[in-house]
Design a protein around this ligand. Structure first.
Ligand SMILES: C[S@@+](CC[C@H](N)C(=O)[O-])C[C@H]1O[C@@H](n2cnc3c(N)ncnc32)[C@H](O)[C@@H]1O
Length: 216
């Protein structure tokens, strides 16, 4: 599978919106405005927020920030020296990487030549940006894209990957313990977990703002 599937959240959004509008039709006409507001809020919760976040993140990462790129280059360098747990991949001099919360794929340029990539992300609206970015890196073999939260990535087999990469994701994860348990499960013995994290805004007054625009 080489594209994100859009069905889940769009289906949810359409279903809830039509239920609300149906309710408004049965009851007074004046409830239309209220129903419209509710429908918008529900749509925002289920779909628009994710769509908006994917667009905003893609726009904001288009410009390169060299110091951050240099840091990532250094950070991911050991990936090129890893030997895979899988004899087939070892023969190809390749490894299997799982990237959780892959977004638009800003880490591709730091991955080793010919690596096999499995990507997990719960936001299907990153799909178009992911595809566009991935086409610039034909050296990466993308075998699978799974639309799921890292906490629920049961589709990834146990002991199956050499490295897990997760950058700027844990800040929006609701159950950090569960996602780390999943990372341990999927890593083959001797595998490595690479993560980069940033923290929540220190000023708690701004937390509502972060919540409104965060990815999940
Ligand atoms: C700030 S973006 C970072 C994207 C990418 N890792 C990067 O560094 O450019 C956060 C990403 O984490 C994803 N995400 C949010 N909650 C997640 C979860 N529970 N499990 C996996 N990914 C999640 C979002 O959909 C989004 O793609």
């Amino acid at each position: 599978m080489d594209r994100f599937e859009f069905t889940v959240s769009l289906h949810e959004y359409k279903r809830v919106s039509s239920l609300v509008l149906e309710y408004a039709r049965i009851h007074k006409r004046s409830t239309y405005i209220g129903a419209g507001v509710v429908a918008f809020l529900v749509a925002y919760k289920f779909s628009l927020r994710k769509r908006w976040f994917a667009w905003l993140f893609n726009v904001s990462t288009r410009e390169k920030f060299e110091k951050y790129d240099d840091m990532k280059r250094e950070f991911f360098k050991p990936l090129s020296e890893m030997a895979s747990h899988d004899p087939g991949l070892r023969e190809e001099n390749s490894i299997k990487i799982l990237e959780v919360g892959v977004g638009s794929g800003t880490n591709f340029e730091f991955f080793p030549e010919g690596c096999h990539l499995v990507a997990v992300d719960p936001n299907p609206f990153f799909g178009q940006y992911y595809d566009k970015n991935r086409s610039k890196f034909p050296n990466i073999k993308s075998t699978e894209i799974i639309v799921a939260k890292g906490e629920d990535m049961d589709a990834v087999k146990s002991d199956s990957v050499d490295a897990v990469v997760m950058t700027l994701v844990l800040c929006s994860v609701s159950d950090v313990h569960q996602i780390v348990r999943q990372v341990r499960r999927v890593l083959a013995p001797g595998g490595k977990f690479y993560f980069i994290e940033h923290v929540k805004e220190w000023d708690t007054k701004n937390h509502w703002f972060e919540g409104a625009f965060s990815s999940s």
